[in-house]
Ligand binder design. Structure first.
Ligand code: TTP
Ligand code: MG
Length: 350
C-alpha cells in the first residue's frame, strides 16, 4: 500500500486570513469569547509562537498574548472551503477517506507504483489544494496509515514527508509515544511510569511487559503501530444507512443521559418509518460527530430483524457508549440509522 495523510495547516485561522488578509501578520485566534468560558479552536502560526494551542481557554490565550485578535468560528465558511479542498484532491487522487473537516487519507497506489512517483503526486495534491483555495496543507506518504499520519504532522506548515517502505519503524522510533495515533493520555501516563517515552521504546517491549502496561488487544495494536505495522485499509464510504435521523445540537452535549434521550427520541422516528414501510432492520448504527467534526459510527447486526423503537433505542445507546469509550468528549451531533432491511415477519412467512 502507498497512502498519504493530508492535513490542512491552521485550517480555521488560514481561512480567516484569506477572508481578511490584514490578519495574516497578526496573532489570530479562532474560538470563543476571551472574557467568557470560550476555548481556542485554532490559532495561526504567529499566535502559536506565544504558546497558544487548540483547546486552551481563550482567557489563557489572552493572557499569553494580549494583542491577539479573536474571531468567532464560522463553520459554514469552513465547510465551503473544505468541500473545495476535497474536490480538488479527488481530481488528483480519486480514492480518499476524509476523516475530518481538514484531514484524510489518499490512496496513492491507485495512481502510482512507487514512492518516488508518490512524492510527485503528493506535491501535485498540495499544489491543487493551494490552486483551488490558496490554503496550504501538509502531507505524509508511507506504506500504512499510522506512519503517513505521523509524517503529515512532522513538518507543518507546508510539509511533505515521504517514509519509504522498510523505513517505517526507524522513522517512528524517535517520536514521543503520545504522537502515535491511538496512544491517549492514559496510555501515555502508564507508559511514562515504566520509562517508555518514545515510540521506539514501545516498539521494543516484550510481550509480558506490554501485557502488564497495556493489557489486551490495545497493547498489541499499539505496539504493532509503533513498529510501523498497520493493516487498516481506507474506509471508503461508511455503510449505507437506509433510514436515519440525526441532529446537530445548538451547543455541544457531554451529558450521556441527554444524548441517550436524543437517541431514543430518534429511534421512535426510525421505528415509525420502518412500520410504515412494513420492514424490519437487522443492523442498527449510531453516528456521532465531535466538536472537531470528526465522525465515528458504530454498528451492530442482529440475527433477526427488529422494528420497535425501544429495542432500536437500547442498541443505539449501547453503541453510543462504545463510541464514547473509544473517544470520550462532548458531541456536536448524534444520529441513529438502520439498514439491512427485510420484509416484516419474513421468518413467519418462510
Ligand atoms: P487541526 O488539524 O488539529 O488543527 P489546525 O488545522 O488548526 O492546525 P495544524 O496546522 O496543526 O493542523 O484541526 C483542524 C480544525 O479543527 C482547526 O482549524 C479548528 C478545529 N479544531 C477545533 O475546533 N478544536 C480543537 O480542539 C482542534 C484540535 C481543532
Ligand atoms: Mg489541520
Amino acid at each position: 500500500m502507498i497512502v498519504a495523510h493530508l492535513d490542512l495547516d491552521a485550517f480555521f485561522a488560514a481561512v480567516e486570513e484569506l477572508e481578511d488578509p490584514s490578519l495574516r501578520t497578526k496573532p489570530l485566534i479562532v474560538g470563543g469569547d476571551p472574557r467568557g468560558r470560550g476555548v481556542v479552536a485554532t490559532a495561526n502560526y504567529v499566535a502559536r509562537r506565544f504558546g497558544i494551542r487548540s483547546a486552551m481557554s481563550c482567557a489563557e490565550a489572552l493572557r499569553r498574548c494580549p494583542q491577539a485578535v479573536f474571531v468567532r468560528p464560522r463553520h459554514t465558511v469552513y465547510r465551503q472551503y473544505s468541500q473545495a479542498v476535497w474536490s480538488a484532491i479527488r481530481e488528483v487522487v480519486p480514492t480518499v477517506e476524509q476523516t475530518g473537516i481538514d484531514e484524510g487519507y489518499l490512496q496513492l497506489d491507485e495512481v502510482v507504483a512507487d514512492f518516488l512517483a508518490a512524492r510527485r503526486v503528493a506535491g501535485a495534491v498540495q499544489a491543487a489544494v493551494r490552486g483551488s483555495t490558496r490554503l496550504t496543507s501538509s502531507l505524509g506518504v508511507a506504506s500504512c496509515k499510522v506512519v503517513a499520519k505521523v509524517a503529515s504532522d512532522a513538518r507543518k506548515p507546508g510539509g511533505l514527508t515521504v517514509v519509504p517502505a522498510g523505513r517505517e519503524a526507524a522513522y517512528l522510533a524517535p517520536f514521543a509515544v503520545r504522537k502515535l495515533p491511538g496512544v491517549g493520555p492514559k496510555a501515555e501516563i502508564r507508559l511514562a511510569r515504566a520509562g517508555i517515552e518514545t515510540v521506539g521504546q514501545l516498539a521494543a517491549l516484550e510481550d509480558p511487559e506490554l501485557r502488564s502496561l497495556l493489557p489486551g488487544k490495545v497493547g498489541l495494536v499499539l505496539r504493532d503501530r509503533a513498529r510501523g505495522i498497520d493493516p487498516r485499509p481506507l474506509e471508503l464510504g461508511v455503510e449505507r444507512i437506509s433510514i436515519s435521523q440525526e441532529e446537530t445540537f445548538e451547543r455541544d452535549i457531554a451529558e450521556t443521559e441527554l444524548l441517550h434521550a436524543e437517541l431514543r427520541r430518534m429511534a421512535v422516528g426510525v421505528a415509525d418509518y420502518l412500520e410504515r414501510r412494513g420492514e424490519c432492520a437487522r443492523t442498527v448504527t449510531t453516528k456521532v460527530r465531535y466538536p472537531d467534526f470528526a465522525i465515528r459510527s458504530r454498528s451492530t447486526t442482529l440475527p433477526a430483524g427488529i422494528d420497535d423503537a425501544e429495542t432500536i433505542g437500547d442498541l443505539a445507546c449501547r453503541l453510543l457508549d462504545r463510541a464514547l469509550r473509544d473517544r470520550p468528549g462532548p458531541l456536536r451531533l448524534v444520529g441513529v440509522g438502520v439498514s439491512n432491511l427485510e420484509p416484516f415477519r419474513q421468518l413467519a412467512l418462510a
